[in-house]
Design a protein around this ligand. Structure first.
Ligand SMILES: [Zn+2]
Ligand SMILES: [Zn+2]
Length: 92
């Protein structure tokens, strides 16, 4: 039983997320995403999946990373431009 830090809802199925040693409390994944998920530097969507990190910036996919000027980024997922050339998140 805890109060969501985003919407203030006091919900019996609330849960905690620890990020970088800081505990956050939410009543729903929607609120957790609102508070925690990074925003794609290119298309501004919320990054809920693995995403791509390049030059300290976050992108929702390799396409956005490349469109924003990051080089050598490939997705882990099937729609990557060059499947089989996956690059770990954090390269760059
Ligand atoms: Zn909430
Ligand atoms: Zn994007």
């Amino acid at each position: 039983m805890a109060v969501c830090e985003v919407c203030g809802n006091d919900y019996y199925m609330s849960f905690d997320v620890v990020a970088a040693g800081v505990k956050h409390t939410f009543d729903s994944f929607e609120c957790a995403i609102h508070r925690m998920a990074p925003t794609c530097e290119h298309c501004r969507c919320r990054i809920v999946g693995h995403g791509v990190e390049a030059d300290g910036k976050f992108y929702c996919c390799a396409h956005c990373a490349n469109a924003a000027g990051a080089n050598g980024i490939a997705d882990h997922v099937d729609h990557a431009p060059h499947p089989g050339h996956a690059t770990p998140v954090g390269v760059g």
